[in-house]
Design a protein around this ligand. Structure first.
Ligand code: PRP
Length: 209
């Protein structure tokens, strides 16, 4: 693999036009390029700036997938804003969510009377979000808004509150921009569809010797 690095000069060279598609092993195709994500991130930040000007909203992210999206939205907001994170885990080892979750890390603060913005990376079955909304509503915030980067087009998903979706996507396994496969690919700056060979290789590797 050849790799060109700039030497230590301060001269600004335009980034080489490497297609997103060639950047990561195992990526079959880029579904949402980095520039499209960043465009939506900035639009969402502007919307939130306008709607929560005097309210000091609390952005809540669910670890780990939402980390990239939450931080990017936060960085583009200009009003006073707070952030907090929750970590939850599905019961059992199923790859599809059951909606029954265990709180591994709760919020650091009370949210009574606060204006809450849940920042999610992906709404798939909708069960995680449904659980989270039920949980947070019981704590009596002033209101809750849900902003999701991705929403899968799934006819059998639960009907859950999502106020703003950046991208509706087909029902495919996606990685990147926070989303993982076996904990990798979260650092990709784009959202991509994984090559099915990645799963099959992993299942071969997982076989006992
Ligand atoms: C993902 C994502 C959502 C949830 C969506 O988290 O971050 O929270 O799944 O799925 P659902 O709509 O079918 O409930 P995941 O459990 O993969 O954990 P991670 O964010 O740590 O990768």
């Amino acid at each position: 693999m050849t790799h060109h690095e700039d030497n230590d000069t301060d001269t600004e060279q335009p980034a080489p036009a490497i297609p997103d598609e060639t950047r990561a092993d195992g990526v079959a195709r880029v579904l949402i390029p980095e520039r499209d994500i960043q465009h939506e991130v900035q639009a969402i930040a502007r919307e939130l700036d306008g709607e929560y000007r005097d309210d000091r909203p609390l952005l809540i992210g669910v670890l780990k997938g939402a980390a990239s999206f939450l931080v990017d939205v936060m960085k583009h907001m200009t009003i006073p804003v707070e952030i907090d994170f929750m970590a939850i885990s599905s019961y059992g080892a199923s790859t599809t969510s059951s909606g029954v979750v265990r709180i591994l890390k709760d919020l650091d603060q009370e949210i009574v009377g606060r204006r809450i913005i849940i920042i999610e990376d992906i709404v798939d079955s909708g069960l995680t979000l449904q659980y989270l909304l039920d949980l947070l509503r019981r704590r009596e915030p002033k209101d809750i808004r849900v902003v999701a980067l991705l929403k899968k087009n799934k006819p059998n998903a639960v009907d859950v509150q999502v106020d703003r979706v950046a991208f509706e996507i087909p029902d495919e396994f996606v990685v990147g921009y926070g989303l993982d496969y076996a904990e990798i690919y979260r650092n990709l700056p784009y959202v991509a569809v994984l090559d099915p060979e990645v799963y099959s290789e992993a299942s071969v590797k997982a076989e006992p010797e």
